[in-house]
Design a protein around this ligand. Structure first.
Ligand code: GTP
Ligand code: MG
Length: 321
């Protein structure tokens, strides 16, 4: 966690110098904190508040100023980069491929076919984020948004025991929300903005980020709307990662048959959905037995190549030499 962030006095919406009416409308719409306003979508806010976009932009800028999010010197950027936290995946090889683990302040997308280990990685990270920094964690909690009903507490129990955490404590530190639609998924993320600082959450998982969008906007005729809503969602997630210094991990199932998705921009050549949002894209594929192969896509700052890892009873591990 960024030290400066922890020491920052907690400010309330009332401290921004906004009119009482605006404050009331913001709160009624669920924007209860300065952080929530700072990461809000300007168009959404404009329609909620019934004021012009440029007025909303001023409100959002005030919130961003209050959080120190606007102009920064290069030195400040350097200091912030020291605050990036990394969570171990359980595999040293995979960590190295990711530049030391899954990073805070960014979105990491794991995409691949069914059974490639996307959910296993999410559950492993939710356990590992709880470890102290010297063991590859961030001494924090996880918020796990499960859209497919595939989260298993039994698996968490096993993985926790395997890394030496008390299983009950570890399960208490993973807050699970089952999202049943795109609207619900987006609403949970909005609520998360209050929960993240309050609960010391350092990892936000959405497994999977795309399934409800695909189900609700089927066919080519809906592609444009789907893509727009998904992009908005991803951008909000990117802002949350930055503002709260948390790692955001999303998964995205892609099919083996690319022809099925021909012409689908959310399912382009590489298959990832982060094309228009900042972040790290990791493609997973199956290999022999319980081996899986990870490859980083479009990341000039990360080492090229692939990492082989295992899905074992204890969780994500390296292949023994
Ligand atoms: P979809 O959500 O269907 O797209 O797949 P996914 O990429 O999320 O796959 P998931 O993470 O669910 O990985 C499934 C793989 O993990 C399967 O090959 C399982 O055999 C393996 N797996 C799951 N649980 C265990 C376990 O307790 N022990 C072991 N050894 N392997 C497991
Ligand atoms: Mg899964």
């Amino acid at each position: 966690m960024s030290e400066a962030k922890e020491e920052r006095p907690v400010m309330r919406l009332e401290d921004l110098g906004l009119s009482p009416t605006i404050i009331r409308k913001l709160k009624e719409a669920g924007y209860k904190t300065i952080e929530a306003v700072a990461v809000a979508n300007v168009n959404d806010l404009a329609s909620i508040l019934g004021v012009p976009i440029n007025t909303v932009q001023k409100i959002v800028n005030k919130a961003r100023d209050a959080l120190g999010l606007r102009f920064k010197t290069a030195l400040e950027l350097k200091q912030e980069s020291r605050n990036i936290g990394r969570i171990t995946t359980g595999s040293k090889r995979l960590d190295e491929l990711l530049g030391g683990g899954v990073e805070t302040r960014t979105i990491t997308e794991f995409y691949g076919e069914f059974g490639t280990g996307k959910t296993q990685i999410c559950m492993q990270l939710s356990v590992n984020v709880q470890l102290p920094p010297e063991e590859g964690g961030l001494s924090g909690k996880a918020l796990y948004i499960d859209t497919e009903g595939t989260f298993r507490w039994e698996r968490i129990e096993k993985m926790a025991r395997a890394v030496g955490l008390d299983p009950d404590e570890a399960m208490k530190n993973i807050i699970v929300a089952r999202a049943i639609s795109t609207d619900h998924q987006i609403a949970i993320v909005n609520e998360a903005m209050e929960l993240i600082p309050k609960e010391n959450i350092r990892l936000l998982v959405i497994d999977s980020v795309t399934s409800h969008f695909r189900a609700e906007y089927p066919g080519r005729e809906n592609l444009a709307v789907r893509q727009q809503r998904l992009n908005q969602h991803l951008h909000q997630l990117a802002r949350i990662a930055e503002v709260y210094n948390v790692a955001v991990v999303v998964t995205n199932q892609v099919m083996a048959r690319p022809d099925v998705f021909y012409g689908d921009p959310t399912q382009a050549v590489g298959g990832h959905v982060l094309a228009h949002a900042p972040g790290v894209r990791v493609q997973l594929r199956k290999a022999r037995g319980n081996r899986r192969i990870a490859r980083i896509v479009d990341a000039p700052h990360l080492p090229e190549g692939e990492a082989v890892f295992l899905i074992t009873d204890e969780g994500i591990r390296d292949v023994e030499e």
